[in-house]
Design a protein around this ligand. Sequence first.
Ligand SMILES: [Zn+2]
Length: 125
Amino acid sequence: MGAPVGETQQAVRPQLQGVAPAPGVTEERVWPPADVQLNDLGQGVSWSKSVTQPGEWVGILEWHVCKDPDGELSPGGVYFQNAPEWMRGPRWTVECEDPLTISPSVLCRTCGLHGFIREGRWMPA
Ligand SMILES: [Zn+2]
């Protein structure tokens, strides 16, 4: 398991807790969830921090408009080497936290979006 460094890795689709509509209310959820702080990478791609309960930074969600007819942002889980085991999927190496640089590249399995996050920018592969 786990691709060697240098190969492309696919972001996993996380179980995100969107804010569920209250009973009786139709589709009035907040999206992305209100606690998600998006950092713009350019090229229509953003990221937000994934933090565990003790406050450890263990990965990011990579957001882009995927195959969504409404143009809604979809998150992909990109987890770092220090992520806990229950966060399933490949692990990325953080080369720099600020500006964010990680390796290897990130691929969306759904729409094929593929690029590198380098120095806080999205660089199409
Ligand atoms: Zn996609």
